[in-house]
Design a protein around this ligand. Sequence first.
Ligand code: KG4
Ligand code: ZN
Length: 341
Amino acid sequence: MSGPLVLGIESSCDETGIGIVRGTELLANEVASSVEQHVRFGGVVPEVASRAHLEAMVPTLRRACATADVDLTEIDGIAVTAGPGLMGALVVGLAAAKALAVALDKPLYGVNHLAGHVAVDLLEHGPLPTPCVALLVSGGHTSLLEVDDIATSITELGATIDDAAGEAYDKVARLLGLPYPGGPHIDRAATGDPAAIAFPRGLTAPKDLVKHRFDFSFSGLKTAVARWVETRERDGEAIPVADVAASFQEAVCDVLTGKAIDACRATGAESLLIGGGVAANGRLRTLLAERASAAGIALRTPRPGLCTDNGAMIAVLGAEVIEAGGAPSALDIGADPSLPV
Ligand code: KG4
Ligand code: ZN
């Protein structure tokens, strides 16, 4: 395989990721997560994440170079997440990338984190048929994207207007007394009846459809679960955790899959790609597989280690940008916490 040899740096949230690719060949993907340091706070604490990036950056870089058996002087370019993400966290990755670019005299490419979640699939499933729709669901983002060209043309069809899907999982898990991050715990606890409690779907009423056709909202659902649990507790009743978890999960997955399939129909996309930590969810995968198959849409799901934040996704996106003849970024490029795709 050929293509540019690219180092990718990811630090938008709580994962310090360094990836090395040659074109779409994965050579190294080292990730250091600070998730354990956030557990007692029930969510990512930006200051703690930034400090952890600073400590993990160089050791993670060293591990990636050793795994790939690559000397930094050989690389063709450095790609780095410029946004969206946590300001202080992004700044650490950008500073590292700029330092390397200057020291090695290599071009720097500031890239979009969400586009990286799409590009990572190239490492596993090869060229992306376009147009393609991507559903990105994590603790930080919930977006539906139309991808016409991975390096040059990605359009946001919709996004959450409040909580991200993973954030809703984490908050509901907390209500049910389950540990952080709550997604995997709810996934496992959801053994009850998904129709036991009719939780709201959010932004699906006809009046919402035109303006917010592909937008999401999960804060109403979270509040509905909180009210339901509080009422039972006040009445001294036991909380049927398996039923609450299954009913909540069904509401989230129903909306995510319904809109993703609708977005494919609206854009003529025959492939649907999923990414982000919530893409590991068992019910989401089952429902998507059922509905995609019924609609004749091919589902592309990168393996879990590539779905969550990592450096390889940034490296492969950088390689695509280089191949497309994209201009390097200026060395004074800043971090943009709400960088659009
Ligand atoms: O992509 P990720 O590792 O980090 C970012 O948020 O950027 O995603 C973490 C999120 C958390 O909210 C976590 O609860 C959720 O993904 N998650 C899941 C599952 N595994 C992780 N949510 C539902 N079901 C899962 N199996
Ligand atoms: Zn992400």
